[in-house]
Design a protein around this ligand. Structure first.
Ligand code: ZN
Ligand code: MN
Length: 479
């Protein structure tokens, strides 16, 4: 019997607000532990929450962008559970009257349109973080409550994904969409966007989905989500083929052993003893507010891709790659304001810049190299001030130091030699040193020219203007 995956997601996105969802503490990643805290987010008895309007607005914007129906009167509920990073012993969330319900997200997979239904989008608060010492022999853990009370949006999808590749495309689409509507900074490495998997399998060609959904936690990157999904599909398929059953449970991804492990049997909602939050009033979302928010949804990826094609004359492929992430597209727009060679800029972005971002796991905003500096460097190539080869080194320096390219070239003495006299003497030297290669060329071996050019470039430490070298060499060889 053949099986295929049935995948859904619970997506947690920390909202891009200045302050927390129920108090005035700053939302700021990477601060000293327990510094962005107050009686409310520390869960002190007697403290009272006050709702952050901006957080509601960002959930509303997402719900509208994902085609949800908006609940005009929503309300918060307490989700009760104990964990050291949750000082109140309950999380304020929404269970009975949720802001956004019954939407869908359309995306392209392998060139074909796909739709995933959205069950609901709700607003809740994030918990703090337990810090475990790196030395596993230590017998303590620490709690940092800076993150406690950060506004968190949870997007719950229906299990509509039918392959691993499709699930990956979907995650990329969601990240892209959340970036575009500017509700989350989507830094997965910092945990501000987290995908939790629900995996089951079904017999191919039937609708008989096995109801035992397994939820997988502790998946910090798309790569681990995919590894966990692959593992679960294999594990469940094998079990069913052997006639075994699969428990409905929550499992943890074990990064070291490359497998998932049982964490706990999946709780039912009743285990959380949800009840209405008595310290907060209902949230009223008037139609006018919905309309205002609808109007504020910015240029989304398909529109930006089209603009890059029309405004910059880029090939469709380039426009698609560059607009995959809004931050990358914004970086490109900024660089274009300084120097107008879109295709050259696009090439540098698609190869060198995206490689650095990928290797270092950072976002464009983290780059020391400013967009106008990259543009200035391309202008220097176009003016013949530096060669493409030198430019690669200037680029590396800009990435490392953030200095402008002019300063780097000046400091290192990397100005391209475009002085005909200087190049002529290099050509003469190399021709005199390799008479045999010159004869080969004159005898019809056109490849010999490349060897001479290579030798000249080497002697000039890559600084000779290659076009000029080729021109002068060809001229002298035919004399
Ligand atoms: Zn606080
Ligand atoms: Mn949640």
């Amino acid at each position: 019997m053949e099986f295929e995956p049935v995948i859904g997601f619970e997506i947690h996105a920390e909202l891009k607000t200045q302050t927390k969802v129920f108090c005035g503490c700053k939302v700021d990643f990477g601060q000293a532990p327990n510094t962005n805290v107050c009686p409310v987010c520390l869960g002190m008895p007697g403290s009272l929450p006050v709702l952050n309007r901006q957080a509601v607005e960002l959930v509303l914007r997402t719900a509208l962008a994902m085609n949800c129906s908006i609940t005009e009167k929503s309300a918060f509920d307490r989700k009760n559970y104990y964990y050291p990073d949750l000082p109140k012993n309950y999380q304020i969330s929404e269970q009975y009257a949720i802001i956004g319900v019954g939407g869908f997200v359309d995306f392209a997979h392998d060139g074909a349109p796909r739709r995933v239904r959205i069950n609901n989008i709700h607003l809740e608060e994030d918990a703090g973080k337990n810090i475990h010492p790196e030395n596993t022999a230590e017998d303590y853990s620490l709690v940092d409550l800076n993150r406690a009370g950060t506004p968190l949006m949870e997007i719950v999808t229906e299990p509509d994904l039918r392959s691993l590749d499709e699930a990956e495309s979907f995650m990329k689409h969601i990240k892209n969409l959340l970036e575009y509507i500017d509700v989350c900074d989507c830094r997965m490495q910092e945990g501000s966007l987290r995908f939790e998997l629900n995996v089951s399998v079904k017999e191919k060609g039937t609708d008989a989905i096995r109801p035992a959904y397994v939820e997988v936690k502790n998946v910090a990157s798309m790569k681990t989500v995919m590894a966990a999904a692959r593992y679960e599909v294999k594990r469940q398929t094998k079990a069913y083929q052997k006639g075994e059953t699969i428990e409905k449970e929550t499992r943890l991804w074990d990064e070291v052993a490359n497998c998932t492990r049982t964490m706990r049997s999946k709780e039912a909602a009743k285990d959380y003893r949800y009840f209405p939050e008595p310290d907060l009033v209902e949230v009223h979302i008037a139609p006018e507010w919905q309309e205002d928010v609808r109007q504020s949804i910015p240029e989304l990826q398909p529109a930006k891709e089209q603009r890059f094609i029309e405004q910059y004359g880029l090939p469709k492929y380039d426009a698609a790659v560059l607009t995959q992430s809004k931050a990358v597209a914004d970086y490109f727009d900024e660089a274009m304001a300084r120097h107008k060679n879109p295709k050259a800029l696009s090439n540098w972005m698609m190869t060198d810049v995206l490689r650095v971002l990928g290797d270092e796991g950072i976002e464009p905003a983290d780059l020391k190299m400013r967009p106008d500096h990259l543009a200035a460097m391309i202008a220097m190539i176009d003016d013949g001030r530096i060669s493409g080869k030198i430019a690669k080194e200037v680029f590396t320096e800009m990435i490392a130091s953030g200095k402008p390219p002019e300063a780097i070239v000046e400091e290192k003495g990397w100005v391209q030699i475009s002085d005909t006299g200087a190049i002529e003497s290099l050509v003469d030297d190399v021709m005199a040193a390799h008479p045999d290669v010159c004869d080969d060329y004159r005898g019809g071996k056109k490849k010999a020219l490349g060897r001479l050019v290579g030798e000249i470039m080497k002697r000039s430490q890559g600084k000779a203007n290659p076009a000029l070298v080729n021109q002068l060499l060809a001229q002298k060889l035919s004399e």
